[in-house]
Design a protein around this ligand. Structure first.
Ligand code: GLU
Length: 502
């Protein structure tokens, strides 16, 4: 493969008057980190230049469709806060935005290329193509179509078509090195024809291939800039050839480097599930995920880059910081632990905002009710809010608050029978506790002196208190439990026990 990349000052190529960008996923699965990164960078680019962000569904490969993927994709983008200006659900002036609904458009355009000699009918059978492939492998060459049907004359083509021989349409590649200036990588040169045979643009079932439909749609939808994954970079010279064949001006292209694991391996490996839905279900906040992605590929102001103490920026702040010229031309490493840092920061930010804080309280209530059905729950606003404030530096995501250790926060303990002898000190203890500051060190000192004064065994008294407060035999220290529950709840739980034991 002949390709080389050179760094060129590109800032002046970043401009085009009206910015229209698109995210063009194939609905072959669910949105994952790499897809969201592409969507986000397009979105930030559009919004930072008062442009439009378009969602286009590329479903021409009907054999790979996954049911429900289009709807889920839109829900995932919506969850992440990416607002679509034009798309299948939003509509717009350049629709339809689903390629399988645009077949008539592609049909018209293939005629143009056939008529101007840039494309031709190919009647080669699958069997012949397979033989070509095998032969190439045998002689250690890159398998590629030998362009045989290019040389058929119009009469031969007419006859074969009239006989109903199955055919596809291929695009005539232009020989020689093709160059373009990548917004992210700089100058890119590649000899497509040396590396592949003429590509199919319309398959024998009449469906266009990705390359063809993509070019036509980008042109008709007036896309000004194409920002997509680097895996498409070697296809770009081919796409530019097609623009030329139509006599159209191509958009500007920029390719986003790969996202990697910290050890340099491919993201889908090791990382486990990288579906957006998986992060959502785990309790990751949308902004945490966005900042996580944004902090690993560059493209934003200095302070959002890796080495500086992380801050969870809002979408508006990230949009203002975004600059396509700052995107790194090397692979971005995702540091998993940073995601949790961002999540904690986001939890803090939400709590500081009164409206978002309210929503969070509601969210926690729902989550707890769902997790502990049928239990008698403690979910007053004040209590939930206190717990959230306590949790900011202790948990990384809200579902952590459902762990067995912390169940006592939400579930009032069942009534606990204790002997009359044990009840006497508890009564005195509650009265004294009322005057204490509920802070761990102070409480521990208070417990010790109380046990000494009343000649109680420290360990067993703690055990009783823990059971009364939580119904648990193990878990956080009693002082910590009290700190978490707050004075009012602690005293209320102890009083309830005294009452039940009367
Ligand atoms: N449908 C292609 C994909 O799923 C789009 C590539 C492009 O943006 O041109 O990645």
């Amino acid at each position: 493969m002949q390709s080389f990349i050179q760094k060129t000052p590109i800032a002046r190529f970043c401009t085009k008057e009206t910015v229209r960008v698109r995210f063009a996923p194939s609905p072959t699965g669910f949105l994952h980190l790499g897809g969201l990164r592409t969507a986000l960078y397009n979105y930030f680019f559009a919004k930072s230049r008062n442009g439009a962000f378009i969602l286009r569904i590329e479903d021409t490969d009907q054999s790979r469709l996954v049911e429900g993927a289009i709807e889920q994709l839109q829900r995932d983008l919506d969850w992440a806060g990416v607002q679509i200006d034009e798309g299948p659900s939003t509509g717009g002036c350049y629709g339809p935005y689903i390629q399988s609904q645009r077949l008539h458009i592609y049909r018209g355009h293939v005629e143009t290329l056939l008529n101007n000699g840039s494309a031709y009918h190919c009647f080669c059978t699958e069997k012949r193509l397979e033989l070509l492939r095998r032969e190439a492998i045998r002689v250690r060459e890159v398998p590629k179509y030998d362009n045989r049907c290019r040389s058929l004359n119009p009469q031969e083509v007419g006859e074969k078509l009239a006989q109903g021989i199955p055919s596809c349409v291929r695009f005539k590649l232009v020989a020689g090195v093709q160059s373009y200036l990548d917004l992210i990588y700089g100058g890119f040169n590649y000899d497509v024809a040396a590396n592949e045979g003429d590509p199919v643009i319309v398959k024998s079932d009449g469906f266009p291939t990705y390359h063809f439909a993509n070019v036509i749609d980008d042109h008709l939808m007036k896309i000004s800039h194409v920002l997509r994954g680097v895996e498409w970079q070697i296809s770009t010279p081919k796409h530019i050839m097609m623009y030329r064949a139509f006599n159209w001006e191509p958009p500007l292209f920029g390719h986003l480097p790969l996202l990697m694991n910290p050890d340099g391996s491919k993201l889908s490996k090791r990382q486990g599930d990288i579906r957006i839905g998986h992060y959502r279900d785990q309790g990751i906040f949308p902004l945490a995920l966005i900042n996580f992605i944004a902090s690993s590929g560059g493209g934003f102001g200095k302070d959002s880059e890796q080495n500086v103490k992380p801050k969870c920026y809002t979408i508006g702040e990230l949009t203002r910081q975004f600059d396509v010229c700052r995107i790194n031309a090397h692979s971005g490493k995702l540091m998993p632990e940073r995601l949790f840092d961002f999540n904690r920061l986001e939890l803090k930010r939400k709590l500081e905002d009164s409206e978002e804080g309210e929503k969070l309280v509601e969210e926690v209530r729902e989550m707890v009710k769902k997790h502990f059905p049928g239990d008698s729950l403690q979910l007053g606003s004040e209590h939930v809010r206190n717990i959230l404030h306590w949790s900011v530096n202790r948990v990384t995501k809200l579902p952590d608050l459902l762990s067995d250790d912390l169940k006592f926060i939400w579930v009032s303990p069942k009534s606990y029978k204790i002997a009359e002898n044990d009840l006497v000190p508890i009564r005195i203890f509650v009265e004294k506790l009322d005057k204490q500051v509920l802070e761990r060190d102070n409480l521990n000192a208070f417990f010790k002196s109380f046990c000494k004064e009343h000649q109680l065994k420290f360990g067993s008294f703690m055990k009783t208190l823990r059971s009364l407060l939580s119904g648990l035999k193990e878990g956080p220290s009693v002082a910590e439990m009290m700190e978490i529950l707050g004075k009012e709840n602690t005293i209320e739980r102890l009083h309830a026990c005294i009452k039940n034991n009367k």
